[in-house]
Ligand binder design. Structure first.
Ligand SMILES: [Zn+2]
Ligand SMILES: [Zn+2]
Length: 223
């Protein structure tokens, strides 16, 4: 539990982390994992008095299979609005699932519609929780970072990880120079807690951790 309404489930596998936000009429997931561990997600939601059927929205930090695959089993029982940055949502809405890397990892992902198309500066309003979207490409073309407005919390997806780490850029849609620029941008934001797409939450010195990741990426990629 990060706040009274934000829960964070750290993955111990190839799955992405999954956050759950319960705010008024909105029951929101940030990222959805691969879907391989769907029953574990069901149990986690039940343990906080929620359920898969009650999910109203799924916000994806980007469309890689380890974050988006879990949408598929959820769509069997719920009809959430799926939110994703335009750069990745538009190909998916045109039936092109290549950016998800599903085939690269030997998976099969049926096409589905993204109704919530995000851009730089988009604000998502979920009851009294508001999320502000920053386009932070590099790990992928449509990677986003989201600020929980007024809470000093950032969802950093696969852009910023703890311990001076950051997302890989060697997939077809990756761009090292853009990742470094995105890490610089994040390191200049005001926040206390970072919730990454993999590994543990950054609950202490999160901002300092971002600065370290930026410095390491900048020297590693020489940009
Ligand atoms: Zn990931
Ligand atoms: Zn990724």
């Amino acid at each position: 539990m990060i706040t009274d309404s934000i829960y964070f489930k750290v993955s111990r596998s190839f799955d992405s982390n999954i956050a759950f936000i319960s705010a008024g009429d909105h029951q929101v997931l940030v990222d959805a994992g691969t879907g391989f561990y769907f029953s574990s997600l069901e149990e986690s939601l039940q343990s906080v008095g929620a359920s898969v059927e009650s999910i109203t929205d799924i916000v994806l930090t980007h469309c890689h299979i380890d974050h988006i695959g879990g949408v598929v089993p959820i769509l069997e029982t719920a009809n959430p609005t799926i939110h994703l940055h335009r750069a990745e949502a538009e190909p998916i809405n045109n039936g092109d699932m290549s950016k998800t890397l599903a085939s690269t990892f030997g998976g099969d992902l049926p096409p589905f519609k993204i109704r919530g198309i995000l851009d730089e500066g988009s604000i998502l309003e979920f009851g009294d929780i508001r999320l502000k979207v920053f386009h932070t490409p590099g790990h992928s073309s449509g990677s986003i970072t989201m600020e929980v407005i007024g809470e000093r919390i950032l969802f950093t997806g696969d852009t910023l990880f703890p311990g001076g780490s950051f997302g890989r850029v060697d997939f077809a849609d990756g761009d090292a120079a853009k990742l470094v620029e995105s890490l610089k941008r994040i390191s200049e934001m005001d926040f206390d807690i970072g919730l990454p797409g993999h590994m543990n939450a950054m609950k202490h010195n999160a901002k300092q951790s971002a600065a370290t990741s930026y410095r390491i990426a900048k020297s590693m990629f020489r940009v």
